[in-house]
Design a protein around this ligand. Structure first.
Ligand code: AMP
Ligand code: GLY
Length: 426
């Protein structure tokens, strides 16, 4: 098979390296890919949201299957465009991608179908939003832009002044553009967070091994929110009992709800969960693989990923036994550019990688890199994901941190406490 993976981050690199193991896959293309991906796939310079060019490329190159990994092309209808041109795909169509594309949609869906989530109200008028926050008078208050906002559309306001600022910035100053035309104001929940990615063909849902992200930029969960500074799998808080409860109260009802709404979901549903004192609740849905969750989940997958992708497209997921390593753990530590998630330099040479952008010390998933004149250079905020599988989480973490003694670049920033909370939970 000739397979195209759309996207350019560590998540896409992890998908591509897993697909390389498949007996069914002969050739992999990435659009646009990155420096490290160029060693595992043929990179084509097409923007992830360019529906027309992407479709034309797939038809001309006789692509058998396309994996649409990032949120924006999914929400923009890339899957619909490719399917219309006769290309088989992994990922939800536009109608189903709204699960992530609109928080107002997903919150209303949960309310309508009794899926546990934080109590909330929706507003299109900043004055009414502020009046509601004043009336509730419980802080922190959580304020979310309706649409996609590069993972930054959530503001946790510690007091009324901060909440007012957030409402003004999102709704009036349009800090996230049209994504802020509507906002969700919701109750602040507490408890350990769990990410559960799942394969779903609209009839069957198969959760993957659970994981834990580390979203803040600095140790001790301090600093700004980022796309994710590291992940571990499995997540020790996600016990078999919790998993069973989530299946019953969240996963199956979500699949059913999307079917009832006439928006059958085929692809990966990412459940961002909080295990609150009152049981598991949904913090957010994503309509795609998480980044950097994928980097720790897919290395533990034993089943041929291409077979699963095809089964999801054909709606026969129930026939495929999806298996994960149950006795191992995986850890991914993100090496970021100095300054991320704010401004940072690019084009700095990365030391310690071999000619394939890899290392004997870790599987190196490239996120923001480019390859130029025989060198790997930084080209984004999150640069590399240093990943290892181990018999224990300690072992996986030790190996990934050891790799950072050799793999480095000027200004490198990484958290020193990835997995600490997971280890303490045991
Ligand atoms: P999101 O962009 O939806 O993933 O949200 C970013 C982070 O904000 C989440 O991972 C949570 O840590 C936090 N968060 C979002 N909603 C809530 C909430 N209702 N209560 C507490 N924390 C939240
Ligand atoms: N790691 C969080 C996300 O992919 O949204």
């Amino acid at each position: 098979m000739r397979v195209l993976v759309i996207g350019s981050g560590g998540r896409e690199h992890a998908i591509i390296r897993k697909l390389k193991e498949s007996k069914k896959v002969d050739q992999i293309y990435a659009a646009p890919g990155n420096g490290g991906i160029s060693k595992d796939a043929e990179c084509v310079d097409i923007a992830p949201c360019d529906l027309e060019k992407m479709t034309a490329f797939c038809v001309e190159q006789k692509i058998d299957f396309a994996v649409v990994a990032p949120d924006d092309p999914l929400v923009a209808g890339m899957v619909d465009a490719l399917n219309e041109a006769g290309i088989r795909t992994f990922g939800p169509n536009k109608a189903a991608a709204i699960l992530e594309g609109s928080k107002v949609f997903s919150k209303n869906l949960m309310k309508k179908y009794n899926i546990p989530t934080a109590k909330y109200e929706v507003f299109d008028d900043p004055k009414k939003a502020i009046a509601y926050i004043e009336e509730e008078n419980t802080f922190p208050a959580v304020i979310k832009a309706d649409g996609l906002a590069l993972g930054k559309g959530v503001i946790i306001a510690e007091d009324l002044a901060a909440a007012k600022d957030a409402v003004h910035s999102i709704m009036e100053d349009k800090m996230f553009g049209a994504s802020g035309n509507h906002i969700v104001v919701e109750e602040f929940l507490t408890g350990p967070e769990v990410s559960v990615l799942s394969f779903c063909d609209s009839k069957t849902i198969v959760p993957m091994v659970s994981s834990m992200d580390h979203k803040r930029a600095l140790d001790g969960d301090k600093g700004l929110n980022t796309g994710g500074m590291g992940t571990v799998a499995p997540n020790p808080y996600y016990t078999p009992e919790v998993a069973e409860e989530c299946m019953k109260t969240i996963f199956l009802p979500t699949v059913e709800a999307m079917n009832k709404e006439g928006r059958p979901f085929k692809g990966c549903i990412y459940f961002g969960l909080m295990l609150t004192p009152k049981g598991p609740k949904v913090i957010e849905y994503n309509c795609r693989f998480g980044d950097p969750e994928t980097q720790v989940v897919l290395p533990l997958l034993k089943t041929d990923l291409m077979e699963i992708f095809e089964a999801v497209y054909d709606e026969r997921l129930a026939e495929v036994p999806v298996e994960f390593e149950t006795e191992k753990a995986c850890a991914c530590v993100i090496a970021a550019s100095g300054g991320y998630p704010q401004s940072y330099p690019k084009g700095i040479e990365i030391q310690g990688l071999n000619e394939n952008g890899q290392s004997s010390l870790a599987t190196v998933y490239h996120a923001g890199t480019k390859y130029e004149d025989g060198k790997f250079l930084t080209n984004g905020g999150r640069v590399l994901g240093l990943t290892n599988v181990g018999d224990t989480l300690e072992e996986a973490l030790d190996k990934s941190y050891a790799s950072l003694k050799e793999i480095t670049f000027e200004g490198i920033h990484y958290r020193k406490d990835i997995g600490k909370r997971a280890l303490a939970a045991k």
